[in-house]
Design a protein around this ligand. Sequence first.
Ligand code: SAH
Length: 279
Amino acid sequence: MTDTPDPTFRLTVRVPHHDQDAVSAWLFTAGALGITTDKDTLTCWFAAPRFAPTALAVPASLAHVSEDQFLPEPHRDWHAAWVDTITAVTVGPFLITPQWLVDITPLPDDMIRLIVDPAQAFGSGHHATTAMCLELLHESSGQFPDWQVADVGCGTGVLAIAAAKLGATVEAVDTDAVAVRVTEKNAVINGVTLTTAVGSVDALSTRAHTLVANLLSDTIISLAEELATAPTKELIVSGIAREHFPRVEQALKPFTGSAATVAHRDGWVAARFHTDATR
Ligand code: SAH
C-alpha cells in the first residue's frame, strides 16, 4: 500500500526556461506528483484534472490553464519513464554519466568521466549551481602545489570526486548522513579516495587551499565566517539565487573582500572569494 495516488492526468504547458524552477515549486504545492522539463515546455502529472488549492499565487504562465488541458494518462512505469529523461551531461572537461549509460556513452579522449546517478542525493551535474562549481574548480586545478580541497555539502559527492579526478586531495562533508554514504559509494565507483565525515565546516580536519560549498544563500550567510576562514586560499560558493548574491557577498566581505569571480547561469550565481586577502 502507498499513500501516493497514481498520477493519472498529464498537463503540458509552455514555461520559459528561466521560470521553470519557480513554476515547478508552485506545481508541487498544487498537487503535482511528477514534473519533467524540456526547453520551454513543462510536463506534470496529477491525480485529478485540476490544481489542488494552494495559498501561493498562481504563476503567470499557468494563469489560463483549464481542466480540459489535463489529459487522462494510461498506466506508466514511472521509474522507467524517469530513467529515460536522464542523459549524460558535459560540464567543462567533465562528462557526467549515470551508471546505466556508461557502456553506451563513449568518453572523448580529452574528457574526464564522472559517474553519478541522479536522485540519490542532490548533485547530478544537471543543475546550474553544480555545473558552475565544477567549472570554477577546473579553473583552480594546477594553481596550488599538492592541492587540497574541502567540499562542504557534498550531496552525491560530484564536486569532491571531480576535484579528486583533477588531482586534489579531498575532504567531503555533509550534514546529511545519507549524502555522505552516497558520496562514499560514488567515490568507489569513480575509483577515487576521499576523506568523508558527517557534519559541516567544523567537521573538516585540515585547512584546504580551496573550500567549495554549494549551499543555499541563507546557509552561506549564517556560516560566512567559518566558510571564509577555513580555507587557506579560496572559497567557492554556489546555490545563490541571483537576487540574494549582494547579501551573500556582504556577509563574506569582512573576511574575504569582494568576490574575485562571479558566474551567472539560469538565475543562479556562483562566486570565488580569495581567503588569503586579509591574512
Ligand atoms: N555538492 C553537491 C550537492 C549540493 S546540495 C553539488 O554541488 O551538486 C547541498 C548539500 O548540502 C545537501 O546534500 C545538504 O544535505 C548539505 N547541507 C545543507 N546544509 C549544510 C550545512 N550547514 N553544512 C554542510 N552541509 C549542508
